[in-house]
Design a protein around this ligand. Structure first.
Ligand SMILES: *[C@@H]1O[C@H](CO)[C@@H](O)[C@H](O)[C@H]1NC(C)=O
Ligand SMILES: *[C@@H]1O[C@H](CO)[C@@H](O)[C@H](O)[C@H]1NC(C)=O
Length: 253
């Protein structure tokens, strides 16, 4: 999840609102917009569907997000044989590495960031998309605490130019071993149903699982850069969460 935050937030707010709105009007409209979304998400029992889809892809879905039906995701192809939900629940990554077909089971808000992270490799764009997501769905506290508690803010190995291969090497170093990221399944995702827990700050157990899953899905480096570009650089979140950052060794400073 990244960046020079305040200017970016202003930019995003501006985007959402159009031009003929002064700064006070913009702030008010932006707040209103947030409240509307918050109210909708709060009362929407289907909110978890934003996070996951369990049904197989169809040709119609491919029209909405055509890149998800091509390499590297390949959510539907002429044989249509994406690994089953049951299988990815048990085990996502392969001994050979990241399984990008995990994204075929992500909710539709993630198709764009998935593309930016893994297809077009636009890590800055990913950061922008994830920041927008965290505003739209009120996951700022979760993401901000995640950024600090995961050690991403202190991680100087990852930059906006980092590659998937580099990410896999870092993941091996930090989360290797027989129960590490190469054997994790989507079933280990914490508490599938309640959306609400994503509105509060994360606890360390959630953070560890999210990091390992990001290794398996291939967005570890994109998340670290997202954190760098956003929450790690925001004073208010530094005050709140920096003391929860782990003491890291080996490759971290
Ligand atoms: C379809 O996807 C499966 C699973 O990734 C793969 O094994 C198969 O080769 C793909 N088929 C084609 C025609 O691309
Ligand atoms: C990323 O690569 C570009 C082009 O090589 C370079 O200009 C830029 O400084 C690099 N950024 C980082 C953070 O390493």
């Amino acid at each position: 999840m990244s960046r020079l935050l305040f200017p970016l937030i202003a930019l995003l707010a501006h985007h959402t609102l159009g031009d003929d709105c002064g700064s006070e009007c913009m702030a008010a409209t932006f707040l209103q917009h947030q409240h509307q979304i918050a109210a909708r998400v709060r009362t929407d029992p289907a909110a978890r569907e934003l996070m996951f889809r369990e049904e197989p892809w169809s040709a119609a879905d491919c029209e909405e997000a055509p890149w998800m039906c091509e390499a590297p995701f390949d959510c539907i192809n002429s044989t249509g044989q994406v690994e089953s939900w049951e299988k990815v629940l048990k085990r996502l990554a392969k001994p050979s590495g990241v399984n990008m077909q995990g994204w075929c089971y992500a909710g539709s808000p993630f198709y764009k960031p998935a593309r930016q992270c893994l297809a077009t490799r636009d890590l800055h764009g990913y950061a922008e998309s994830m920041l927008q997501f965290s505003h739209d769905y009120k996951t700022e506290e979760f993401d901000a605490s995640y950024c600090f508690m995961s050690g991403h803010c202190q991680n100087l190995q990852v930059t906006s130019n980092s590659t998937l291969l580099e990410a896999e090497a870092i993941c091996d170093e930090r989360y290797g071993g027989p129960d590490g990221w190469r054997s994790v399944g989507l079933g280990q995702f914490p508490q599938l149903p309640p959306w609400k827990y994503l509105w509060d700050s994360a606890d360390q157990k959630d953070v560890d699982i999210f990091v390992i899953l990001s290794c398996a899905m291939g967005n570890y480096h994109c998340d670290v850069n997202y954190c760098h570009e956003t929450y790690c650089a925001m004073e208010s979140y530094k005050k709140k969460y920096q003391h929860l950052a782990p003491t890291l060794q080996g490759g971290f400073q």
